[in-house]
Design a protein around this ligand. Sequence first.
Ligand code: GLP
Length: 251
Amino acid sequence: MRLQVEVLADAREIGRRGADVVAGELLAGRLRVLGVATGSSPLQVYESLAARDLPGWDGVEVFALDEYVGLPAGDRASYADVVDREVRAPLGVDPARVHVPDGRADDLDAACDAYEQALVAAGGVDVQVLGIGATGHIGFNEPGSPFSSRTRVVELTPRTVADNARFFASADDVPRRAITQGIATIARARRHVLIARGEGKAEAVRAALEGEVAPDCPASALRTFEDVLVLLDPAAASLLTRSPARAVGAG
Ligand code: GLP
């Protein structure tokens, strides 16, 4: 097991470092499946990857972590749209190889099972990019999510609804339910890169890295994963009491 924490100067440095990991796997021929998070934190990773003009993206499968329930097709806030806009188009991934849970399915439970099966059929995620919510969520696994959880329908906490309101016209427009890969689903990825920036994430980062390893902080499950790189800016790292491996300016 390997968990490495690096504190970098800003979003650009974090993006570059995260992209180094993904690009390294791609160029070594080990990136068959990329797991992507939405939200603002990983955007610079995708931007940095796109700027490198790497070959081979057309053969990579992309799996999203989660999706809102009930948003209409083409809604800009839907994660299907975000992944299309921020990942598929800039990298040149084959649209047929992009997978996002179906939040519009009549039978949502069946859609969750189908997503688990698709992940297994693709051979599992090689590198999973993650953000973290202020509640400590990864994907949309809110506090209390069992570490054994699989892809399923979940209720969002009021805090998550409020935090994500910035992507919608108003908080009333934020769906209250989502489909998310479970913690056990996310755990199966071979490598994880978690990104957190800003003061608003500092407490969640502290709980994840230094609190109890328990479902109260879903991101604490990272400490049970095989190979994890945590990339923080100084504000997100500000409540850590154990000195993380400082790498400011590196990479
Ligand atoms: C969202 C997503 C997560 C994301 C997190 C952080 O609700 N479901 O996958 O990692 O919240 O978002 P941001 O990076 O915008 O802070």
